[in-house]
Ligand binder design. Sequence first.
Ligand SMILES: CC(=O)N[C@H]1[C@@H](OP(=O)(O)OP(=O)(O)OC[C@H]2O[C@@H](n3ccc(=O)[nH]c3=O)[C@H](O)[C@@H]2O)O[C@H](CO)[C@@H](O)[C@@H]1O
Ligand SMILES: C=C(OP(=O)(O)O)C(=O)O
Length: 456
Amino acid sequence: MNTLVDDAKQHGSAVGLSVDRITINGGKPLRGRIELKGAKNLVTKAMVAAILGDTPSVLKDVPNISDVRIVRGLLEVHGVTVSAGAEEGELILDPSAVETAHMADIDAHAGSSRIPILFCGPLLHRLGEAFIPDLGGCRIGDRPIDYHLEVLRNFGAIVEKLPSGIRMSAPTGLHGAKVSLPYPSVGATEQVLLTAVLADGITELSGAAIEPEIMDLINILQKMGAIITVDTDRVIRIEGVDKLDGYTHRALFDRNEAASWAAAALATDGDIFVGGARQAEMLTFLNVFRKVGGAFEIEEDGIRFFHPGGELKPVIIETDVHPGFMTDWQQPLVVALTKAHGVSIVHETVYEQRFGFVDALVDMGASIDVHKECLGAGACRFGQRNFQHSAVISGPSKLSGADIEVPDLRGGFSHLIAALTAEGRSTVSNVGIIARGYENFITKLELLGADFELEA
Ligand SMILES: CC(=O)N[C@H]1[C@@H](OP(=O)(O)OP(=O)(O)OC[C@H]2O[C@@H](n3ccc(=O)[nH]c3=O)[C@H](O)[C@@H]2O)O[C@H](CO)[C@@H](O)[C@@H]1O
Ligand SMILES: C=C(OP(=O)(O)O)C(=O)O
Protein backbone atom coordinates (compact mmCIF):
# COMPACT_ATOMS: atom_id res chain seq x y z
CA MET A 1 0.00 0.00 0.00
CA ASN A 2 1.09 3.57 -0.68
CA THR A 3 2.63 4.91 2.58
CA LEU A 4 0.58 8.10 2.54
CA VAL A 5 -2.69 6.15 2.33
CA ASP A 6 -1.41 3.76 4.96
CA ASP A 7 -0.45 6.65 7.24
CA ALA A 8 -3.82 8.35 6.75
CA LYS A 9 -5.64 5.13 7.72
CA GLN A 10 -3.47 4.66 10.81
CA HIS A 11 -4.00 8.22 12.01
CA GLY A 12 -7.73 8.07 11.38
CA SER A 13 -8.23 4.74 13.08
CA ALA A 14 -6.17 5.86 16.12
CA VAL A 15 -8.99 8.27 16.97
CA GLY A 16 -11.86 6.06 15.81
CA LEU A 17 -12.28 7.71 12.39
CA SER A 18 -13.40 4.95 10.09
CA VAL A 19 -13.64 7.02 6.90
CA ASP A 20 -10.95 7.89 4.38
CA ARG A 21 -12.84 10.28 2.18
CA ILE A 22 -15.21 13.20 2.56
CA THR A 23 -17.42 14.43 -0.25
CA ILE A 24 -18.12 18.11 0.26
CA ASN A 25 -20.75 20.25 -1.44
CA GLY A 26 -19.01 23.61 -1.34
CA GLY A 27 -20.23 27.17 -1.24
CA LYS A 28 -21.85 27.20 2.18
CA PRO A 29 -20.44 29.61 4.80
CA LEU A 30 -19.24 27.95 8.00
CA ARG A 31 -21.05 29.46 10.97
CA GLY A 32 -21.16 28.52 14.64
CA ARG A 33 -19.01 27.82 17.65
CA ILE A 34 -16.29 25.25 18.25
CA GLU A 35 -14.10 24.61 21.28
CA LEU A 36 -10.34 24.12 21.29
CA LYS A 37 -8.34 21.87 23.56
CA GLY A 38 -4.61 21.90 24.24
CA ALA A 39 -2.00 22.39 21.53
CA LYS A 40 -0.67 19.31 19.75
CA ASN A 41 2.75 20.97 19.81
CA LEU A 42 2.70 21.30 23.59
CA VAL A 43 0.65 18.36 24.82
CA THR A 44 2.83 15.70 23.21
CA LYS A 45 5.98 17.22 24.79
CA ALA A 46 4.27 17.68 28.17
CA MET A 47 3.47 13.95 28.09
CA VAL A 48 7.18 13.17 27.57
CA ALA A 49 8.13 15.53 30.44
CA ALA A 50 6.12 13.30 32.81
CA ILE A 51 8.94 10.70 32.54
CA LEU A 52 11.20 13.14 34.40
CA GLY A 53 9.01 13.24 37.53
CA ASP A 54 9.29 11.03 40.59
CA THR A 55 5.51 11.22 41.05
CA PRO A 56 2.52 11.12 38.62
CA SER A 57 1.60 14.13 36.48
CA VAL A 58 -1.87 15.36 35.52
CA LEU A 59 -2.33 17.00 32.14
CA LYS A 60 -5.65 18.70 31.30
CA ASP A 61 -7.21 19.63 27.96
CA VAL A 62 -5.49 16.82 26.08
CA PRO A 63 -7.09 16.59 22.62
CA ASN A 64 -8.16 13.30 21.07
CA ILE A 65 -5.74 13.40 18.15
CA SER A 66 -3.61 10.62 16.74
CA ASP A 67 -0.28 12.20 17.71
CA VAL A 68 -1.40 12.03 21.35
CA ARG A 69 -2.35 8.36 20.86
CA ILE A 70 1.08 7.63 19.41
CA VAL A 71 2.92 9.32 22.27
CA ARG A 72 0.68 7.55 24.76
CA GLY A 73 1.64 4.22 23.15
CA LEU A 74 5.34 5.11 23.34
CA LEU A 75 5.05 6.11 27.00
CA GLU A 76 3.29 2.86 27.83
CA VAL A 77 6.03 0.86 26.11
CA HIS A 78 8.47 2.65 28.40
CA GLY A 79 6.52 1.69 31.52
CA VAL A 80 4.50 4.88 32.04
CA THR A 81 0.93 4.11 33.11
CA VAL A 82 -1.46 6.46 31.33
CA SER A 83 -5.07 6.70 32.53
CA ALA A 84 -8.01 9.02 32.12
CA GLY A 85 -8.59 11.61 34.85
CA ALA A 86 -11.87 12.90 36.22
CA GLU A 87 -12.53 15.57 33.61
CA GLU A 88 -12.83 15.09 29.86
CA GLY A 89 -9.40 15.44 28.23
CA GLU A 90 -7.50 14.82 31.47
CA LEU A 91 -4.65 12.29 31.52
CA ILE A 92 -2.78 10.94 34.52
CA LEU A 93 0.76 9.89 33.65
CA ASP A 94 2.49 7.69 36.23
CA PRO A 95 6.19 7.08 35.47
CA SER A 96 6.97 4.96 38.54
CA ALA A 97 7.62 1.77 36.54
CA VAL A 98 9.93 3.25 33.86
CA GLU A 99 13.04 1.57 35.28
CA THR A 100 11.46 -1.89 35.14
CA ALA A 101 9.95 -1.67 31.62
CA HIS A 102 11.78 -3.52 28.88
CA MET A 103 12.23 -1.87 25.53
CA ALA A 104 11.69 -4.79 23.15
CA ASP A 105 8.54 -3.45 21.47
CA ILE A 106 9.74 0.03 20.76
CA ASP A 107 9.74 0.00 16.99
CA ALA A 108 6.10 -1.11 16.99
CA HIS A 109 5.41 2.63 17.27
CA ALA A 110 8.06 3.94 14.94
CA GLY A 111 7.50 6.17 11.98
CA SER A 112 4.30 8.06 12.81
CA SER A 113 5.40 11.07 14.85
CA ARG A 114 8.45 13.22 15.50
CA ILE A 115 8.13 13.00 19.26
CA PRO A 116 10.33 9.87 19.88
CA ILE A 117 13.46 12.02 19.53
CA LEU A 118 12.38 13.96 22.63
CA PHE A 119 12.44 10.80 24.78
CA CYS A 120 16.27 10.84 24.67
CA GLY A 121 17.09 13.15 27.59
CA PRO A 122 14.40 11.80 29.97
CA LEU A 123 15.29 8.15 29.21
CA LEU A 124 19.02 8.77 29.48
CA HIS A 125 18.40 10.27 32.92
CA ARG A 126 16.15 7.43 34.05
CA LEU A 127 17.80 4.44 32.37
CA GLY A 128 21.22 5.55 31.16
CA GLU A 129 20.24 4.50 27.64
CA ALA A 130 17.64 5.20 24.94
CA PHE A 131 16.70 3.78 21.57
CA ILE A 132 15.00 6.05 19.04
CA PRO A 133 13.22 4.48 16.05
CA ASP A 134 12.81 6.30 12.73
CA LEU A 135 10.77 9.48 13.01
CA GLY A 136 7.57 10.46 11.24
CA GLY A 137 5.71 13.79 11.13
CA CYS A 138 4.68 15.78 8.08
CA ARG A 139 6.75 15.43 4.93
CA ILE A 140 7.42 19.11 4.39
CA GLY A 141 11.17 19.04 3.92
CA ASP A 142 14.16 16.98 4.88
CA ARG A 143 13.57 17.41 8.64
CA PRO A 144 17.06 16.42 9.84
CA ILE A 145 17.82 15.78 13.54
CA ASP A 146 21.44 16.93 13.49
CA TYR A 147 20.84 19.70 16.08
CA HIS A 148 19.23 17.19 18.46
CA LEU A 149 22.14 14.76 18.20
CA GLU A 150 24.73 17.50 18.59
CA VAL A 151 22.95 18.86 21.66
CA LEU A 152 22.82 15.41 23.26
CA ARG A 153 26.54 14.87 22.55
CA ASN A 154 27.22 18.21 24.27
CA PHE A 155 25.51 16.85 27.39
CA GLY A 156 27.78 13.79 27.27
CA ALA A 157 25.58 11.26 25.46
CA ILE A 158 27.16 8.68 23.18
CA VAL A 159 25.17 8.45 19.95
CA GLU A 160 25.29 5.35 17.77
CA LYS A 161 23.41 5.24 14.47
CA LEU A 162 21.97 1.81 13.62
CA PRO A 163 19.96 0.74 10.52
CA SER A 164 16.82 0.52 12.71
CA GLY A 165 17.26 3.84 14.54
CA ILE A 166 19.58 5.54 16.98
CA ARG A 167 20.97 4.08 20.19
CA MET A 168 22.20 6.38 22.94
CA SER A 169 23.91 5.91 26.22
CA ALA A 170 25.27 8.15 28.98
CA PRO A 171 27.76 6.02 30.92
CA THR A 172 28.97 8.97 33.01
CA GLY A 173 25.60 10.76 33.27
CA LEU A 174 24.52 13.99 31.56
CA HIS A 175 26.26 17.26 32.33
CA GLY A 176 25.14 20.86 31.78
CA ALA A 177 26.67 22.46 28.70
CA LYS A 178 26.95 25.66 26.71
CA VAL A 179 24.86 25.01 23.63
CA SER A 180 24.19 27.19 20.63
CA LEU A 181 21.62 26.37 17.93
CA PRO A 182 22.39 27.42 14.33
CA TYR A 183 18.62 28.04 13.84
CA PRO A 184 15.96 28.46 16.56
CA SER A 185 14.55 24.95 16.19
CA VAL A 186 11.47 24.21 18.30
CA GLY A 187 12.30 20.53 18.72
CA ALA A 188 16.00 21.08 19.50
CA THR A 189 15.12 23.74 22.11
CA GLU A 190 12.74 21.26 23.74
CA GLN A 191 15.49 18.64 23.58
CA VAL A 192 17.78 20.95 25.55
CA LEU A 193 15.09 21.75 28.13
CA LEU A 194 14.07 18.14 28.71
CA THR A 195 17.72 17.10 29.05
CA ALA A 196 19.16 20.05 31.00
CA VAL A 197 16.64 20.12 33.85
CA LEU A 198 18.12 17.00 35.47
CA ALA A 199 21.67 17.34 34.10
CA ASP A 200 24.50 17.99 36.49
CA GLY A 201 25.33 21.73 36.49
CA ILE A 202 24.28 24.72 34.42
CA THR A 203 23.22 24.79 30.77
CA GLU A 204 23.17 27.92 28.66
CA LEU A 205 21.28 27.67 25.41
CA SER A 206 21.65 30.45 22.86
CA GLY A 207 19.69 30.69 19.62
CA ALA A 208 16.66 29.15 21.38
CA ALA A 209 13.16 28.99 19.92
CA ILE A 210 10.66 30.89 22.06
CA GLU A 211 7.30 29.69 20.69
CA PRO A 212 4.41 29.92 23.20
CA GLU A 213 4.33 26.10 23.32
CA ILE A 214 7.97 26.14 24.50
CA MET A 215 7.12 28.73 27.16
CA ASP A 216 4.29 26.49 28.36
CA LEU A 217 6.68 23.53 28.51
CA ILE A 218 8.95 25.73 30.66
CA ASN A 219 5.93 26.47 32.90
CA ILE A 220 5.40 22.73 33.31
CA LEU A 221 9.06 22.04 34.07
CA GLN A 222 9.11 24.84 36.64
CA LYS A 223 6.03 23.30 38.31
CA MET A 224 8.04 20.05 38.49
CA GLY A 225 10.89 21.77 40.32
CA ALA A 226 13.18 22.94 37.49
CA ILE A 227 15.09 26.23 37.54
CA ILE A 228 14.89 27.88 34.10
CA THR A 229 15.57 31.51 33.19
CA VAL A 230 14.51 32.96 29.85
CA ASP A 231 16.79 35.89 28.99
CA THR A 232 16.53 38.36 26.15
CA ASP A 233 17.96 37.50 22.74
CA ARG A 234 16.94 33.83 22.69
CA VAL A 235 19.12 32.77 25.64
CA ILE A 236 17.74 30.20 28.09
CA ARG A 237 19.64 29.18 31.24
CA ILE A 238 18.83 26.00 33.11
CA GLU A 239 20.28 25.09 36.51
CA GLY A 240 20.13 21.31 36.80
CA VAL A 241 18.39 19.89 39.90
CA ASP A 242 18.63 16.43 41.51
CA LYS A 243 14.98 15.49 41.26
CA LEU A 244 11.68 16.60 39.78
CA ASP A 245 8.12 15.84 40.85
CA GLY A 246 5.04 15.33 38.71
CA TYR A 247 3.00 18.35 37.59
CA THR A 248 -0.64 19.35 37.26
CA HIS A 249 -1.18 21.57 34.25
CA ARG A 250 -3.86 22.75 31.85
CA ALA A 251 -2.31 22.79 28.38
CA LEU A 252 -2.01 25.97 26.33
CA PHE A 253 -4.74 26.18 23.65
CA ASP A 254 -3.95 25.10 20.09
CA ARG A 255 -3.22 28.36 18.27
CA ASN A 256 -2.59 26.48 15.02
CA GLU A 257 -6.05 24.98 15.13
CA ALA A 258 -7.50 28.41 15.98
CA ALA A 259 -5.75 29.99 12.96
CA SER A 260 -7.03 27.17 10.73
CA TRP A 261 -10.70 27.71 11.68
CA ALA A 262 -10.18 31.49 11.36
CA ALA A 263 -8.97 30.97 7.78
CA ALA A 264 -11.95 28.67 7.15
CA ALA A 265 -14.34 31.39 8.37
CA LEU A 266 -12.75 33.95 6.06
CA ALA A 267 -12.53 31.74 2.99
CA THR A 268 -16.14 30.54 3.26
CA ASP A 269 -17.58 34.04 4.02
CA GLY A 270 -18.43 32.57 7.40
CA ASP A 271 -18.42 33.42 11.10
CA ILE A 272 -16.79 31.06 13.63
CA PHE A 273 -16.40 31.56 17.37
CA VAL A 274 -13.28 29.66 18.40
CA GLY A 275 -13.73 28.90 22.11
CA GLY A 276 -10.47 28.82 24.06
CA ALA A 277 -8.49 30.95 21.57
CA ARG A 278 -6.51 33.80 23.12
CA GLN A 279 -5.12 37.01 21.71
CA ALA A 280 -1.59 37.08 23.17
CA GLU A 281 -0.34 33.94 21.41
CA MET A 282 -2.01 34.94 18.12
CA LEU A 283 -0.98 38.61 17.80
CA THR A 284 0.93 38.10 14.56
CA PHE A 285 -1.82 36.02 13.00
CA LEU A 286 -4.50 38.54 13.99
CA ASN A 287 -2.60 41.39 12.31
CA VAL A 288 -2.38 39.47 9.03
CA PHE A 289 -6.00 38.31 9.29
CA ARG A 290 -7.09 41.94 9.65
CA LYS A 291 -4.86 43.10 6.76
CA VAL A 292 -6.44 40.49 4.47
CA GLY A 293 -9.87 41.89 5.33
CA GLY A 294 -10.98 39.47 8.04
CA ALA A 295 -12.59 40.69 11.24
CA PHE A 296 -12.32 39.36 14.77
CA GLU A 297 -13.72 40.07 18.19
CA ILE A 298 -11.74 39.04 21.23
CA GLU A 299 -13.86 37.76 24.11
CA GLU A 300 -12.87 36.35 27.48
CA ASP A 301 -13.62 32.79 26.43
CA GLY A 302 -12.43 32.83 22.83
CA ILE A 303 -12.20 34.77 19.58
CA ARG A 304 -14.91 35.29 16.94
CA PHE A 305 -13.45 35.26 13.42
CA PHE A 306 -15.64 36.39 10.53
CA HIS A 307 -15.82 37.79 7.02
CA PRO A 308 -17.24 41.30 7.50
CA GLY A 309 -18.22 41.70 3.83
CA GLY A 310 -16.32 43.58 1.15
CA GLU A 311 -13.31 42.47 -0.86
CA LEU A 312 -10.40 40.55 0.60
CA LYS A 313 -7.02 42.24 0.11
CA PRO A 314 -3.71 40.68 -0.93
CA VAL A 315 -0.80 40.45 1.54
CA ILE A 316 2.89 39.68 1.58
CA ILE A 317 3.80 37.19 4.28
CA GLU A 318 7.05 35.67 5.35
CA THR A 319 6.77 32.66 7.64
CA ASP A 320 9.23 32.72 10.51
CA VAL A 321 9.99 31.48 13.99
CA HIS A 322 8.05 33.10 16.86
CA PRO A 323 7.16 35.94 17.12
CA GLY A 324 6.96 35.79 13.32
CA PHE A 325 4.12 34.39 11.22
CA MET A 326 4.06 30.69 12.04
CA THR A 327 4.71 28.26 9.18
CA ASP A 328 1.73 26.08 10.23
CA TRP A 329 -0.64 29.01 9.56
CA GLN A 330 0.19 29.62 5.93
CA GLN A 331 -1.56 26.66 4.25
CA PRO A 332 -5.11 27.39 5.49
CA LEU A 333 -4.64 31.12 4.88
CA VAL A 334 -3.47 30.57 1.28
CA VAL A 335 -6.98 29.32 0.45
CA ALA A 336 -8.45 32.63 1.64
CA LEU A 337 -5.77 34.48 -0.36
CA THR A 338 -7.04 32.86 -3.58
CA LYS A 339 -10.15 35.05 -3.00
CA ALA A 340 -8.21 38.29 -2.39
CA HIS A 341 -8.22 40.93 -5.13
CA GLY A 342 -4.59 41.20 -6.21
CA VAL A 343 -1.27 39.43 -5.84
CA SER A 344 -0.21 37.91 -2.52
CA ILE A 345 3.20 36.45 -1.77
CA VAL A 346 4.03 33.82 0.83
CA HIS A 347 7.76 33.30 1.44
CA GLU A 348 8.17 30.08 3.45
CA THR A 349 11.42 30.35 5.41
CA VAL A 350 10.96 27.56 7.96
CA TYR A 351 10.49 24.45 5.79
CA GLU A 352 11.89 24.03 2.31
CA GLN A 353 9.03 21.99 0.82
CA ARG A 354 5.81 23.26 2.29
CA PHE A 355 3.89 24.13 -0.87
CA GLY A 356 3.03 20.59 -2.02
CA PHE A 357 -0.59 21.31 -1.13
CA VAL A 358 -1.02 24.07 -3.76
CA ASP A 359 -1.14 21.68 -6.75
CA ALA A 360 -4.64 20.62 -5.73
CA LEU A 361 -5.73 24.27 -5.34
CA VAL A 362 -4.41 25.01 -8.84
CA ASP A 363 -6.39 22.01 -10.18
CA MET A 364 -9.46 23.58 -8.57
CA GLY A 365 -8.88 26.87 -10.41
CA ALA A 366 -6.52 28.87 -8.16
CA SER A 367 -3.73 30.86 -9.76
CA ILE A 368 -0.64 30.02 -7.68
CA ASP A 369 2.94 29.94 -8.94
CA VAL A 370 5.68 28.58 -6.75
CA HIS A 371 9.24 29.88 -7.15
CA LYS A 372 12.63 28.85 -5.88
CA GLU A 373 13.74 32.47 -5.35
CA CYS A 374 13.29 34.19 -1.97
CA LEU A 375 10.36 36.52 -2.65
CA GLY A 376 10.26 37.98 0.83
CA ALA A 377 11.85 40.87 2.65
CA GLY A 378 15.15 39.04 2.93
CA ALA A 379 17.00 35.95 1.75
CA CYS A 380 16.45 32.79 3.79
CA ARG A 381 18.32 29.49 4.26
CA PHE A 382 16.60 28.10 1.15
CA GLY A 383 17.60 30.78 -1.38
CA GLN A 384 19.70 29.63 -4.39
CA ARG A 385 19.11 26.02 -3.38
CA ASN A 386 16.39 24.91 -5.78
CA PHE A 387 13.69 24.72 -3.13
CA GLN A 388 10.29 25.88 -4.36
CA HIS A 389 9.60 27.96 -1.27
CA SER A 390 7.92 31.21 -2.42
CA ALA A 391 4.30 31.20 -3.61
CA VAL A 392 2.64 33.93 -5.64
CA ILE A 393 -1.15 33.84 -5.40
CA SER A 394 -3.13 35.93 -7.88
CA GLY A 395 -6.76 36.49 -7.11
CA PRO A 396 -9.59 36.45 -6.98
CA SER A 397 -10.15 32.94 -8.35
CA LYS A 398 -13.31 30.90 -8.28
CA LEU A 399 -12.51 27.39 -7.11
CA SER A 400 -14.44 24.45 -8.57
CA GLY A 401 -15.00 21.08 -6.96
CA ALA A 402 -12.37 18.39 -7.65
CA ASP A 403 -11.02 15.09 -6.33
CA ILE A 404 -8.09 15.96 -4.09
CA GLU A 405 -5.74 14.04 -1.81
CA VAL A 406 -4.49 15.28 1.54
CA PRO A 407 -0.67 15.48 1.46
CA ASP A 408 0.05 16.45 5.10
CA LEU A 409 -1.63 17.84 8.21
CA ARG A 410 -1.95 21.59 7.49
CA GLY A 411 -2.09 21.04 3.71
CA GLY A 412 -4.97 18.66 4.44
CA PHE A 413 -6.90 21.25 6.40
CA SER A 414 -6.36 23.74 3.58
CA HIS A 415 -7.80 21.16 1.17
CA LEU A 416 -10.89 20.86 3.35
CA ILE A 417 -11.30 24.65 3.27
CA ALA A 418 -10.78 24.73 -0.50
CA ALA A 419 -13.51 22.11 -0.95
CA LEU A 420 -15.82 24.04 1.38
CA THR A 421 -15.40 27.24 -0.67
CA ALA A 422 -15.48 25.60 -4.10
CA GLU A 423 -18.48 25.57 -6.40
CA GLY A 424 -19.83 22.02 -6.71
CA ARG A 425 -18.73 18.71 -5.24
CA SER A 426 -15.23 17.80 -4.12
CA THR A 427 -13.95 14.53 -2.80
CA VAL A 428 -11.10 14.88 -0.32
CA SER A 429 -9.27 11.62 0.38
CA ASN A 430 -6.70 10.54 3.02
CA VAL A 431 -8.51 12.73 5.55
CA GLY A 432 -7.19 10.51 8.36
CA ILE A 433 -3.95 12.57 8.31
CA ILE A 434 -5.96 15.56 9.52
CA ALA A 435 -6.67 13.59 12.73
CA ARG A 436 -2.97 14.00 13.62
CA GLY A 437 -3.71 17.52 14.83
CA TYR A 438 -7.41 18.44 14.62
CA GLU A 439 -9.63 16.92 17.30
CA ASN A 440 -13.10 15.83 16.12
CA PHE A 441 -12.81 17.82 12.91
CA ILE A 442 -15.73 15.98 11.30
CA THR A 443 -18.02 16.79 14.23
CA LYS A 444 -16.82 20.40 14.14
CA LEU A 445 -17.61 20.65 10.42
CA GLU A 446 -21.10 19.33 11.19
CA LEU A 447 -21.54 21.87 13.99
CA LEU A 448 -20.54 24.66 11.62
CA GLY A 449 -23.13 23.62 9.06
CA ALA A 450 -20.87 22.15 6.35
CA ASP A 451 -22.64 20.06 3.71
CA PHE A 452 -20.73 16.76 3.38
CA GLU A 453 -20.94 12.99 3.27
CA LEU A 454 -18.44 10.50 4.60
CA GLU A 455 -17.13 7.56 2.57
CA ALA A 456 -15.33 4.52 3.96
C1 LIG B 1 5.47 18.61 16.94
C2 LIG B 1 5.85 20.03 16.73
O1 LIG B 1 5.99 20.81 17.67
N1 LIG B 1 5.97 20.42 15.48
C3 LIG B 1 6.26 21.81 15.19
C4 LIG B 1 7.76 22.03 15.33
O2 LIG B 1 8.41 21.09 14.49
P1 LIG B 1 9.95 20.81 14.67
O3 LIG B 1 10.31 20.94 16.12
O4 LIG B 1 10.24 19.52 14.00
O5 LIG B 1 10.54 22.00 13.85
P2 LIG B 1 11.92 22.76 14.05
O6 LIG B 1 11.65 24.09 14.65
O7 LIG B 1 12.89 21.87 14.73
O8 LIG B 1 12.39 22.97 12.53
C5 LIG B 1 12.67 24.25 12.01
C6 LIG B 1 13.75 24.14 10.98
O9 LIG B 1 14.95 23.66 11.57
C7 LIG B 1 15.48 22.58 10.82
N2 LIG B 1 16.18 21.63 11.73
C8 LIG B 1 15.54 21.21 12.87
C9 LIG B 1 16.16 20.30 13.70
C10 LIG B 1 17.45 19.82 13.35
O10 LIG B 1 18.05 18.98 14.06
N3 LIG B 1 18.02 20.26 12.20
C11 LIG B 1 17.43 21.17 11.38
O11 LIG B 1 17.99 21.56 10.34
C12 LIG B 1 14.24 21.95 10.17
O12 LIG B 1 14.58 21.18 9.05
C13 LIG B 1 13.42 23.18 9.84
O13 LIG B 1 13.89 23.72 8.62
O14 LIG B 1 8.05 23.36 14.95
C14 LIG B 1 7.72 23.67 13.59
C15 LIG B 1 8.19 25.08 13.32
O15 LIG B 1 7.51 25.99 14.12
C16 LIG B 1 6.22 23.51 13.37
O16 LIG B 1 5.95 23.66 12.00
C17 LIG B 1 5.78 22.13 13.78
O17 LIG B 1 4.36 22.08 13.80
C1 LIG C 1 4.45 20.15 10.85
C2 LIG C 1 3.60 19.87 11.80
O1 LIG C 1 3.72 18.93 12.75
P1 LIG C 1 4.85 17.81 12.96
O2 LIG C 1 6.09 18.53 13.39
O3 LIG C 1 4.28 17.01 14.07
O4 LIG C 1 4.99 17.06 11.68
C3 LIG C 1 2.34 20.66 11.98
O5 LIG C 1 1.77 20.62 13.09
O6 LIG C 1 1.91 21.31 11.03
